[in-house]
Design a protein around this ligand. Sequence first.
Ligand SMILES: [Ca+2]
Ligand SMILES: [Ca+2]
Length: 554
Amino acid sequence: MYKITFLLLSICYSIFGQHNYPYAQHLSTRFLGAQRSGNTKSWIQNMQSKGAFVNDGQYLGKDLSGGWHDCGDYIKFHLTGPYTALMYLYGYFQFPEVYPDLYSADFSRAPGNGIPDVLDEVKIETDYLLKCLVGDTVFWQIGDGRDHDHFLEPTTQSNLKIYSETNYRAIYFTTEGKSNALGNAAAALALMGICYQYFDVNYARKCTEAAKKYYAIACINPVKTADARTEDGFYEWLGGQWSDCNDELGMGAALLFRVTKEQRYLDEAISWAKKANKWGDFGYGNVAHLLYYDLYLQTNRSDFLSNLKWRVKNYKTEPCGYTHISKWGSLRDAGNAAFISALYHKATGDSTSYILAKKNIDFILGSHNGISEHAPQNFSFLIGYNVLGGGFPQFPHHAPALGATKNAWDIYNTVKDKRDASLYQYQLTGGLAGGPEEACGKFEDDINNYISSEYCIYYNAAFTSAVAYINFQEKQYLNPNLNINIHQVRATLNGLKVQISISGNTQIEIWDKETKVWEGIVDAKKEITLKNNPKGNLLIKDKFANWQEEIILK
Ligand SMILES: [Ca+2]
Ligand SMILES: [Ca+2]
């Protein structure tokens, strides 16, 4: 006889059609939890650990811990972090209906904390942006190239004395300019000031006040410093056509107008927008097209819509099904193209732009006939998403996922040479791969290939909002009021049968002591047969919503 433990959960997903877009949106949102720095309960560190890089700022007498690590490394940039926050938030701002609340900020189990998970995730970064503004000074980068000499898990690496023989990381600060980075920070905080007011009005106000200050500092000598990125050397290619900061300043001003209603912000936003780079790509160096969209909504001016239209109508798709723009981070670009096309569709109803957006998302999720040896037919480039059954990447260039506490480069080389994924300590669930290096070829799922196989916060950013738009458009809402039940466990000649019912769908695992005995997606009612009789009580886990429950066997 088995005593059954009943479980009621506020969780569900829905499958509509071939892909499971709500599930993809959830995975790509929760991915941000792997990038958390400081003592912010990253799910890719031991939860018992006291965090990593908790002493950021300490030698200046400041607490600059928290925020997001950039990619598979541990540097914190004001260029990419706030941009990422802005992209995630803008989707929520435009279609909040499709954003679920499945967990709390520290990944405690469902039913969540009453706050959409996307806001829980973004608040990690906005908390950090608030800390980094001290009086008239902004601390705009923490850590630098010395970080890349090591590949250890976060807590271990944060104890290394690699910064002038200390473990106090380098901190870069300014009292003017850095306008692309600070403009993005102003935009992200202003939008948080709008989105968070329904959950904590005081926090929202704090964000708004900080946004004003970031914007003011960014406006001091903006041209002089926006392209002088010699200190860090990572994003220095953002010189040239990318050095334009009119787009980020405009975005900051446009969103400040939304939250403050002070006319000067709108006037300034329009003035920046006129000077922005409308012929460029849309992405983390250039948010001009999002600015045009936002100003079109606010002013109804057709010139802004025309600028947006030019960008969208100049996207092409390759024969294999997606928009390929550059070798490095090609799926980041595909996600960007999808999001800006989705917004154009929202503004105009233009069906070809919606089709383009969806083609890019579908490609990323596995709708293709094979790209390379490592990306066969139906291979999904989003880790953990395997709805079409073609698999997903196993070898991310990502130090926290590798999780080495010592001899990291030895382990790295073994993973590379023997293609041994079992040496990773964590699955980088929700991470979006850099992608194919050629239009329809050369994708290497390889820890040693940081072009194909790096994973960054700003790769997932616009992609996630594009997926959310598909959910919005196709009414694939996540309903947080449905249940999962374990309602029958019985022994048979073929093994133990566990029957589970669920109103939507989720991915679960069943564990027998230390051994995973089953995993898969459960939707509606499912009977799972375990081949061997369990040694003890079974544990059923949903690692995404972070709950587990014992099935007590007597
Ligand atoms: Ca939540
Ligand atoms: Ca720019």
